[in-house]
Unconditional design. Structure first.
Lengths: 137, 161
């Protein structure tokens, strides 16, 4: 396929593999739990205390895991303090979504034709209704 | 005593006196995307053990991710422990024991005991059509992911505290 001025490099949308980050088992657990709660799609409200109970680690370990994952940008923290998984990492696991995003960035915009700009065609039911409408008395 | 999110809650029916334990978090189906032809994670309604209860080591987590990148979430992939150790910066012994543990817990499946090819359990990881996932489960006779003795002992130890 010929390269265009607007072609997107698919690799640039993905993060590096997580096994290159030397994450500990606890950090992996925290990330897996947030992913299971839907953290790839929406920010998840959680804290070190809950993660400690869910991932069977101490609270300090859970706190450090959250801090490290946030520092590495694996987790994105929003203004409300909720955590979402970095979309670049999520796209590694979702090749169809990745392809759809790159296609959306390179596909041309919709181009309305003359018919789209013209008046809406009246349906036969509307025509019949217009003919049989009676004035309110 | 202030309520904590990690506390165990119960719901009391004041009319009948029935008590039910309640989890503030609803059980989640661990799939990433649901659709006809999209990446999926688990079979809907699957009640396998959560991965957090397997007490996987960092090397085992990395192996799962490496296998997923290599395509083991939809096909059998040949695994060479030496190459795996080199990619993940671990020793070959660690790679072999980690793979063996993942196989014992049915996280990784082999078509035959002596085969050198592995696939991630399609009940938990699948990329492709949902019909393909069902076929893969039948073809591989995919069992449920089961914690091994080490994971059970650690879980019991934590719950006993």
């Amino acid at each position: 396929m010929a390269q265009t001025a607007h072609s997107i490099d698919v690799e640039s949308l993905m993060s590096q593999p997580l096994y290159t980050l030397n994450l500990s088992a606890a950090q992996r657990c925290v990330l897996a739990w947030i992913e299971e709660q839907g953290g790839m799609w929406e920010p998840i409200e959680t804290d070190a205390e809950e993660l400690s109970a869910r991932c069977f680690v101490s609270e300090s370990t859970a706190y450090e895991a959250l801090a490290r994952l946030t520092r590495l940008n694996v987790l994105i923290k929003d203004v409300y303090g909720h955590y979402r998984i970095n979309a670049r990492y999520a796209l590694r696991d979702l090749p169809h979504v990745r392809d759809m995003i790159t296609a959306a960035l390179t596909d041309p915009e919709l181009s309305p034709d003359e018919r789209a700009k013209g008046p809406l065609k009246e349906s036969s039911a509307d025509v019949r209704r217009r003919r049989t409408l009676k004035a309110v008395q | 005593m202030t309520a904590r999110r990690s506390s165990r809650y119960a719901v009391l029916n004041t009319e009948t006196g029935e008590v039910r334990t309640a989890d503030p978090r609803e059980p989640q189906i661990p799939f990433n995307f649901d659709g006809k032809n999209y990446t999926m994670c688990a079979l809907p309604g699957e009640t396998d053990v959560p991965l957090t209860e397997l007490f996987l080591s960092a090397a085992e987590w990395n192996i799962i991710e490496c296998m997923k990148s290599a395509g083991a979430d939809h096909t059998l992939v040949k695994v060479n422990p030496a190459d795996l150790a080199l990619s993940l910066n671990i020793s070959e012994t660690t790679a072999k024991t980690s793979v063996a543990r993942l196989v014992a817990m049915h996280v990784l499946l082999k078509p035959t005991p002596r085969a050198g090819v592995y696939q991630l359990n399609p009940r938990r990881w699948w990329r492709g059509k949902s019909s393909g996932q069902r076929e893969a489960c039948v073809r591989l006779r995919a069992p449920a992911i089961t914690p091994d003795r080490k994971a059970k002992e650690r879980l019991n130890k934590i719950k006993d505290k």
